[in-house]
Design a binder for this molecule. Structure first.
Ligand code: ADP
Length: 437
């Protein structure tokens, strides 16, 4: 600081020292005039430097910093350092901001900042998607003009945000959003939106599933209960009636048992953590077993044929494949009237192993085909039940197909018959000996 004052006053001191001899030689007026001239020069010089500084401050860039002498050199040098530091901080802040923007853009949730008047100050891309917003166009727009659902507006007006709000946005009614408002800072609010469409779907499926299972169990349970009560109330029931009642009860308990067996099979297959235990399955042996079982199940009511047109074997899980083929064959038998024909075929299509079951049965109306593999989906409820169906067979086939990366194809002509086809990927094809049937 001292150095500063010394350097600032130096020109004036030198001027005063030079003025002293002039006072001695000429007069005090001459010395004063000289002093005045020195001061004017100093002031003009400083005014020029201030002007340069003023000019430069209009567009303070490092490359245009003016050159100056003396103390001004130091002033400009300090300014130069300050601007450099400032630029550095600006760069760091911009990088930080970019970081935060990237992080919020990558968030799996929509985020919007609202002010106290519900105006949008900022939002990330997912929030734009959820609410059909445009960050630039809708900047500082009142969000209640853009998202008009009454329940949303009511939620914004409430002061209790502990529970999230679930809404379907007007323009995307296939989307289910869970919305939460979090107050922060001075009257600011974070609007967080989460896409829970998938969760809702799973929850709806779970509810349907529980309702379906309860419904499936209720009928046989009611029947069995009814018979038990009858037997209790009528101890002197004739042997014939008792035998008949027991037989009907056995049918119903069998029905419940089938249901539980299929449910357990489905739950095992759905457990994706269970890896598929693979082996090379001897297809000829497996198909023969299934064919024999089919003969027993049909009880001679149908003409059953097995065609093995390929000698390839399959890499897969024998028990699961057997269950899938069994289900398809048992459906063909159950949905084909007496004397109908059923053809089991093992062949190849462009090197892809193909298993198919073709029947001349009742067929399926086309509108039902896409839904056949849903759990408990039946075209004809009573026919399915009367033949011991659980409504889960094709759901089991679908899961086994998925686990073996196979495609299911269904071709059907109502009243004429159906063909269910499983097309396996080439990667599961294992060449083996040709079978002779
Ligand atoms: P279910 O135990 O009722 O047979 P599935 O899941 O095996 O259950 O089949 C679902 C529905 O698909 C059946 O209820 C039936 O309406 C229809 N379906 C399945 N296979 C055939 C077929 N070969 N011919 C006609 N309809 C079939």
């Amino acid at each position: 600081m001292q150095n500063f004052w010394f350097r600032v006053s130096l020109p004036v001191v030198f001027g005063a020292l030079a003025a002293l001899p002039l006072w001695g030689i000429f007069s005090a007026t001459t010395a004063l005039l000289f002093m005045l001239a020195v001061l004017l020069i100093v002031m003009a010089y400083r005014a020029r430097q201030v002007f340069k500084l003023w000019n430069w401050l209009g567009d303070a860039r490092l490359d245009t910093i003016p050159e100056a002498g003396g103390i001004w050199d130091e002033v400009f040098s300090q300014l130069y350092k300050m601007v450099k530091r400032h630029n550095q901080t600006k760069l760091e802040l911009a990088a930080e901001l970019q970081h935060i923007e990237q992080a919020t853009a990558a968030l799996p949730e929509g985020v919007a900042i609202l002010n106290e008047a519900n105006r949008i100050e900022w939002c990330n891309p997912l929030a734009q998607q959820h609410f059909d917003l445009d960050a630039e166009r809708d900047f500082m727009q009142d969000i209640t003009y853009l998202v008009r659902q009454p329940e949303f507006i009511k939620y914004l007006q409430e002061s209790n945000f502990s529970e999230p709000l679930v809404i379907r946005p007007a323009r995307h009614d296939d989307l289910v959003l869970s919305i939460k408002l979090i107050p922060y800072g001075e009257n600011k609010r974070l609007l967080i939106s989460r896409d829970i469409t998938q969760l809702e779907r799973i929850e709806a499926m779970r509810r349907d599933f529980v309702a379906n299972v309860s419904h499936e169990l209720r009928t046989p349970l009611t029947v069995v209960n009814g018979f038990v009560e009858n037997l209790q109330d009528m101890p002197d029931l004739s042997q014939d009636s008792a035998r008949r009642a027991l037989q009907l009860m056995a049918e119903q308990t069998k029905r419940m048992e089938n249901l539980v067996v299929d449910l357990l099979a489905l739950s095992r297959l759905e457990n994706t953590q269970d890896p598929l235990l693979e082996e090379v399955v001897d297809m000829e042996a497996l198909l023969n077993e299934i064919y024999q079982e089919g003969q027993v199940l049909s009880g001679g009511s149908h003409s059953l044929r097995l065609e093995v047109l390929s000698n390839v074997n399959l890499l897969g899980n024998r028990e699961e494949l057997r269950s899938a083929f069994d289900n398809l064959l048992s459906n063909a038998i159950r949905y084909t009237p007496k004397d109908g024909t059923i053809l089991l075929r093992w062949t190849e299509r462009d090197e892809q192993p193909v298993f198919s079951v073709q029947d001349s049965g009742i067929g399926i109306p086309p509108q039902h085909i896409p839904r056949l593999t849903e759990r408990f989906y039946r075209v004809d409820r009573s026919r399915s039940r009367d033949t011991g169906g659980t409504g889960l067979g094709l759901a089991i086939v679908k899961h086994i197909a998925i686990r073996h990366q196979a495609k299911i194809e269904v071709l059907s002509d109502e009243g004429k018959g159906s063909t269910f086809v499983l097309v396996f990927p080439v990667g599961r094809r294992v060449t083996g000996g040709l079978s002779q049937m």
